[in-house]
Design a protein around this ligand. Structure first.
Ligand SMILES: [Zn+2]
Length: 332
């Protein structure tokens, strides 16, 4: 999984003011929903918004402008990752899905934990990973939610959720910001603001994804580009390359692979800037020569993404890396 961005949550992002206002009014008018379905493309900032909203609901001394104070007991417990009224549901590290046992455990926790005097907030991210048994079990809770309980279901593929779940949530869409707004925000986050435009192109207009790409690139002086080239030119075997990736550290290698693939994708659309690494440039030319296009790069990116998600599990890393190297050789 792509690492979360290290942005401190103090309130909504600049392009989320409308949604924030809507929540603020619902609270003020005592019409706050018990379940929200937050939808939008990856990188639209759904999770940051959910976190900001959660912070607001758990704060015991909300500021005059409607944000969490950052120092009351509720805020301190939340900032220490120790708030008993926060429940986060994600697929377990070794699973693709959110399973019914997780929902059962949640229901038990909700029934037995004492509330700290404010809201209780359940974040389900990504909600489309609920399997059907888990979704059915969740449905029962959504039908009879307790007092002061908020479910935030986050999804970039909401149509994969059962209609029964969707119909019990208030829908809160998160479109991507306009290009100018995205760029203005991104420029403020980057040590080299002049990169903002090209990063946004590579991230399909999503400022948060662009920020992640920039951090990956900073971390990546790319020996992996040389290894990928050696594989294509038959100078090295998948077993050898996989072994050196493992030796370099799997998380680090995956970050570098991600950055390298993102740069290669960018080269498909925009002419190489003068600063591009010559090995990367050569790799790009080799791919063109072999008639490999964006699809092959996307499918590699998917696999790298999946391996990032599987980090920390007991799966055989060496086999996974060999499979990745073979995929690089064979995907067209
Ligand atoms: Zn507070």
């Amino acid at each position: 999984m792509v690492a979360t961005t290290a942005i401190t949550v103090t309130g909504p992002l600049p392009w989320q003011q409308r949604q924030w206002q809507r929540m603020h009014e619902a609270l003020a008018n005592d019409r706050f929903p018990h379940a929200l379905l937050m939808t939008g493309r990856p990188g639209a900032g759904k999770r940051l918004f959910a976190d900001a909203l959660m912070a607001r609901l758990l704060c015991l001394q909300v500021t005059a402008d409607g944000q969490a104070c950052g120092h009351c007991r509720g805020c301190r417990l939340r900032l220490a990752d120790n708030h008993p009224d926060i429940f986060l549901l994600q697929p377990l590290p070794d699973k693709q899905e959110i399973i019914i046992d997780q929902i059962r455990a949640l229901i038990d926790d909700l029934a037995t934990t004492a509330q700290q005097g404010g809201y209780r907030v359940v974040i389900i991210d990504p909600a489309e990973r609920l399997n059907s048994a888990a979704a059915n079990s969740l449905l029962k809770v959504l039908e009879e939610p307790g007092e002061s309980l908020l479910f935030c279901l986050l999804s970039s593929q909401a149509m994969r959720l059962p209609a029964t779940i969707r119909s019990r949530c208030q829908h809160l869409p998160f479109p991507l910001p306009l290009a100018a707004e995205a760029e203005e925000w991104l420029r403020q986050q980057l040590p080299r603001p002049e990169q903002s435009q090209s990063l946004l192109v590579a991230a399909f207009g999503s400022p948060l994804t662009a920020l992640q790409l920039s951090r990956r690139e900073d971390a990546a002086e790319n020996p992996v580009s040389a290894q990928l080239l050696a594989l294509l030119q038959g100078q090295s075997s998948p077993v050898e390359v996989a072994a050196s990736w493992l030796q370099a550290g799997s998380q680090e290698t995956l970050d570098k692979l991600y950055a390298c693939l993102a740069q290669l994708l960018r080269l498909q659309w925009v002419p190489a800037p003068a600063t591009v690494d010559p090995v990367l440039q050569k790799l790009h030319q080799q791919l063109q020569l072999e008639g490999r296009h964006a699809d092959a790069l996307y499918s590699m990116l998917d696999s790298v993404h999946e391996l990032l998600r599987l980090q920390g599990t007991s799966l055989n890393q060496s086999l996974l890396f060999e499979a990745l190297a073979i995929q690089w050789l064979t995907t067209e």
